[in-house]
Design a protein around this ligand. Structure first.
Ligand code: TA6
Length: 312
C-alpha cells in the first residue's frame, strides 16, 4: 500500500481576479472556489487519478478538515486522518490574475498538534506499515512541531522497511536526510538552501548533487518550468526537460510531480521512466486552473515531449 502523510493539511481558497493584481487598487474577483490543499494530500489525489490506491493520513481539524477529506474521498482517495477536536484545518489563499505569470500563495501556520494526536499517528503508522509499503511525507509540519517528533515519525517508516519519500524544506529537510529516505524531492530553492549555495545552471545543480549523493537512494530536484534533475547513490545524473506549455496555475504541480514519481516507484520503473512520467503529471497539473487535477488523457502526449538526458 502507498500511504501519504500530510502533517499540515489545508483547504485552498482559489481566488481568480480580472486583469493584473495591483497594489492600491480594487482588484475585482472573477471567481472564488475551494479545493484540496497539500501537499501529500495532492500525491494521493494524483495516484487516485492514475488508478493507483493509496491511504491519506495526517492531521485534520474542524469543518475545514472534514470538507477537505470529503473532497478527497470524492476523488477516490481513502482517508484515514487523525481528527483533532477543537482545531481547524488552515486555509491557503491562492490568487491567480490574468497575466499567466504564476499564482500568489498565502499560507497560514496551521494548528498546533497535541501530544495525544501525535501519539495516535505514531501508533497508526507503527501498526499499519509493512516492508513492501511506500510512505510519502510531503509538506512542512505546522509551526511548533518538534523536529524530534518529525524524525520519530520518519524513523517508524524506516524501522518497518517501507520505502520513504520526503518532500520537505528547511530544517525538516535537513533532519529527514539523516534518516536516509529512499527518495528526497526538494524544489530548486529548497535544495539551494540545503547546500547553502546559489545554483543557476543545470551543471551547477549536477555538481551540488554530486556532493550529496548517497545520502538517499535518489535525489530529485524539481526546477519549475525547466524540469527536474536527479542523482542516484552511484552518482548517475539525469536531467529531464519539461514540456513547454501555457501554464494556468502551477500551484500543486510539484505535489503532482511527486505523485507521478511515486506511481512509477510503485511500478518498479527505472529512474528515466519516473522522471518522464512525473514531468508529464506535474506539467498537466500546471495547465489546470484548480489545484488538484490533471488531464489523464493528455499524459502520453506530454510524456513524449519530455527530453531525458544523462549528464556525465
Ligand atoms: O504545493 C501547493 C500546496 O500544496 C497548496 O495546495 C497549499 O495549500 C500549500 O502548498 C501548502 O504548503 P505548505 O508548505 O505550507 O505545507
Amino acid at each position: 500500500m502507498i500511504y501519504t502523510v500530510t502533517l499540515n493539511t489545508a483547504i485552498d481558497r482559489l481566488i481568480q481576479i480580472y486583469g493584473k493584481l495591483q497594489r492600491k487598487h480594487n482588484n475585482k474577483t472573477k471567481l472564488t472556489t475551494y479545493d484540496i490543499g497539500g501537499k501529500a494530500t495532492h500525491v494521493s489525489v494524483a495516484l487516485s487519478m492514475l488508478g493507483i490506491d493509496s491511504i491519506a493520513t495526517g492531521f485534520i481539524g474542524g469543518k475545514a478538515g472534514r470538507m477537505m477529506a470529503e473532497m478527497m474521498e470524492e476523488k477516490g482517495v481513502q482517508c484515514e486522518f487523525i481528527h483533532q477536536a477543537g482545531s481547524e484545518t488552515r486555509e491557503s489563499i491562492i490568487l491567480i490574475d490574468e497575466t499567466n505569470q504564476g499564482s500568489f500563495m498565502i499560507t497560514q501556520p496551521g494548528f498546533t498538534i497535541l501530544e495525544d494526536s501525535l501519539k495516535r499517528l505514531k501508533t497508526y503508522l507503527d501498526s499499519q506499515l509493512k516492508d513492501e509499503d511506500i510512505v510519502v511525507f510531503a509538506g512542512s509540519p505546522p509551526s511548533g512541531f518538534h523536529l524530534s517528533d518529525y524524525v520519530d515519525l520518519l524513523s517508524i517508516v524506516k524501522s518497518k522497511g517501507a520505502k520513504l519519500v520526503v518532500d520537505s524544506s528547511g530544517e525538516y529537510l535537513r533532519e529527514a536526510i539523516h534518516v536516509k529516505p529512499y527518495l528526497i524531492k526538494p524544489n530548486e530553492f529548497e535544495f539551494q538552501e540545503y547546500v547553502n549555495k546559489k545554483l543557476t545552471s543545470i551543471n551547477d545543480f549536477k555538481e551540488a548533487l554530486m556532493e550529496v549523493k548517497g545520502k538517499c537512494d535518489y535525489w530529485v530536484v524539481s526546477l519549475g518550468k525547466r524540469g527536474s534533475i536527479s542523482i542516484d547513490a552511484e552518482g548517475n545524473c539525469i536531467y529531464a526537460a519539461a514540456p513547454k506549455v501555457q501554464e494556468v496555475n502551477e500551484t500543486g504541480a510539484g505535489d503532482f510531480f511527486v505523485g507521478g514519481l511515486v506511481a512509477k516507484i510503485y511500478e518498479k520503473a527505472s529512474i528515466e521512466e519516473m522522471l518522464r512520467f512525473a514531468s508529464a503529471v506535474g506539467t498537466s497539473k500546471a495547465k489546470q486552473c484548480d489545484t488538484s487535477s490533471i488531464d489523464v488523457g493528455d499524459l502520453d502526449r506530454l510524456q513524449s515531449l519530455v527530453k531525458i538526458e544523462r549528464i556525465d
